[in-house]
Design a protein around this ligand. Sequence first.
Ligand code: ADP
Ligand code: ADP
Length: 229
Amino acid sequence: MHLVETRDLTHTYRGNVHALEGVNFVAERKSRIAVIGPNGAGKSTLFKHFNGILKPASGEVLIRGEPITKENLREIRKFVGIVFQNSDDQIFSPTVEQDVAFGPTNLGLDEATVAHRVEEALHLLGVEELRHRVPHHLSGGEKKRVAIAGILAMEPQVLVLDEPTAGLDPQGVADLVAFVNRLPDEYGMTVIFSTHQVDLVAEVADYIYVMDHGRIVASGTVEEIFTRP
Ligand code: ADP
Ligand code: ADP
């Protein structure tokens, strides 16, 4: 059984935009999957199907082998955490600490568990010193890290990062790479991310999907994708 899978997934936005056409995607447990491709290729649209934000026009989305339904939507959203490209939209609390606590609190966890998770997430993302700051006033890179911490505090099994390096400086990128690389072995997590920084992919990904015009046009290991004639 695959952790995340799509079968012949098609999505059409209003205005007859064929954003996804026949996408077959698989992510295994504890793997790091990169999705690359130009702007408009369909990467974000694909990601939004992984936790039921978008529904397939046709085809299937299977999480742990199960389709997403009204009944399991809450469970699925605990299981698959997504940090969007425009992560500012995901930050709205008065302080960083409260913001990171929002998700786990919403899951109905007790205060001590929430506090513990917040500490761990702040620490993993290296943003402990920002805890009392107003998220709105942070730099783009800081906001990104806080947004990731907030999703991480919900302890998803699958972490989906849409263009996580956008707006990060070289040190921020290096930190993010190190962070992502810890997740499978130390936390048993699967990471699915999109990026424009193709040079990063070799450092972070076990498996790569290349998208264009709503389709997967290539997939394979780093060696397979980058040593093809
Ligand atoms: P085949 O078509 O022979 O099944 P694939 O190209 O699908 O081969 O896969 C080649 C190798 O990559 C296999 O060992 C498979 O387990 C692994 N693999 C395929 N998809 C993924 C993925 N999404 N994540 C991690 N490993 C993968
Ligand atoms: P990527 O993440 O690879 O940049 P997207 O999934 O954002 O690609 O977009 C895929 C296609 O769907 C593009 O043609 C884009 O313009 C279109 N699209 C994305 N969101 C919407 C929307 N809400 N309504 C209509 N079209 C959209």
